[in-house]
Design a binder for this molecule. Sequence first.
Ligand code: FAD
Length: 386
Amino acid sequence: MKDFFLKGVTLSEEEKLVVETVQDLCRKEIGPRAAEVDRDERFPWENIEIINEIGLNGLFIPEAYGGSPVSKTAWLVILRELSKACPSTAIIFATTSHCCYPIVKFGTPEQKEKFLPMFLKGALGAISMTESHAGSDVRSMKSTAIKTSDGYVINGTKTFVTSGDTADLFSVFLNVRENGKTLGLSPFVITKDMPGFSVGKKEEKMGVRASSTAGIVLEDCLVPEDHLIGVPGEGFKILLDYLNDSRPNIAAQAVGVAEAAFEAAVSYANERVQFGKRIIEHQGIQFMIAEMATRIQAAWQSVLHVAKLMDLGHEDFSAEASMAKLMASEMAEKVTSDAIQIHGGYGYCRDYPVERMMRDSKITQIYEGTSQIQKIVIGRYFTEKK
Ligand SMILES: Cc1cc2nc3c(=O)[nH]c(=O)nc-3n(C[C@H](O)[C@H](O)[C@H](O)COP(=O)(O)OP(=O)(O)OC[C@H]3O[C@@H](n4cnc5c(N)ncnc54)[C@H](O)[C@@H]3O)c2cc1C
């Protein structure tokens, strides 16, 4: 658990044990593979197997369904550790939890019994909202679920689905239509073996290259009625609730990758000699290190603050969740870039990990709502209704 940025973080003894287990696996297995899976753009199945062997999916499944959940604070410490080691692995793991969130929070006991236990056996999950014309403006999605006497008939094409080609189960937001009327959005549970489901375009990405990002195509996909989560057409509230919960996860991912770049920069600056002394002894570099550490600390404290609100049971934390994501992702872009600067020309080359970290950090400013969208959420919070 020893780590400058973990000072003062309060976890239970069980949580500390999980964090230490994750730290150990990150050091021995997940971290050492990060460069290779990035270079080869290869899905890190070995890492997912390790995550399943130690039962990490249990952390987001309620006890009543066989899981062993932890506090949001512990959860974010764990995501941050995984992201320090391999941001692609961290996002694949987090995305499985994102898939489960609507089921855990809004599903019936029967739906939880039906869908959650498979994750304890290692199923991968995905969550899908985005369509080619509906990104930030997610409400403009066109995919439909039309109610029939046999269930819902689903048609549509979704883009940019993390684990789209590897997941077993998907939580997919769709427009519900009944008797010729559009009721609104709802999340549906769709499994990859359902007739009418297929994988679409796979993206070639700048960063988090070991995680896969693919489209999914739903063509007259017949889904049983009990695969709709919540009240038909009232799922926009679920979507907003989900985003409030997931944004701190992305913030923790950003902090993790920034910290990894920071540690690499500190280590390099303590070794590299120019003008007869270690470059960390040049005040220009020392000031950069100081600013990087301060930025990381500020962003991480913002992440811990929203985690505390959530652990204390506050329900109104949307502004704080967006602030944490905005601050952490902007910080990660800056800190990873500075880490390259400290490495000079070597930082720009693939022998050193910081160039991957800069590429891996960029996505945190984009998914689960871009930085501009976070500012809209925060700004709206303080706008009085007149
Ligand atoms: C690697 C990767 C993984 C992803 N994983 C998933 C996933 O698992 N599931 C899923 O559903 N989606 C996923 N996404 C999609 C992601 O959430 C969207 O890309 C993101 O929400 C932005 O949408 P967009 O790309 O269509 O950009 P747009 O919405 O078209 O935005 C383009 C630009 O305009 C700005 N902009 C838009 N509206 C406004 C406004 N009102 N005011 C000011 N600026 C604005 C944006 O900030 C951005 O800078 C993923 C994307 C990537 C790249």
